[in-house]
Design a protein around this ligand. Structure first.
Ligand code: FES
Length: 67
């Protein structure tokens, strides 16, 4: 069975794994490099948007709520 798994990491990125199709706000595809798992930034400090580049650690990102 195929599917998509989404994990919200505490004070970190959103991990998405599975059969991923990622589009921008206009519906244009974003290249995920064929990866089976991607990490999307939610701290807004990444220099590789929309992907996490680890900057959440440098800025001590703290999610307001635990999802
Ligand atoms: S969540 Fe990792 S750089 Fe933003």
């Amino acid at each position: 069975m195929s599917g998509v798994k989404v994990d919200l990491k505490d004070n970190g990125p959103i991990l998405i794994s599975g059969d991923i199709v990622l589009n921008d706000g206009e519906g244009n595809p974003i290249d995920t490099g064929g990866k089976a798992c991607i990490a999307l930034c939610r701290c807004a400090e990444t220099t590789n948007s929309p992907f996490c580049d680890g900057k959440h650690k440098d800025c001590n990102y703290s999610a307001k709520d635990r999802a």
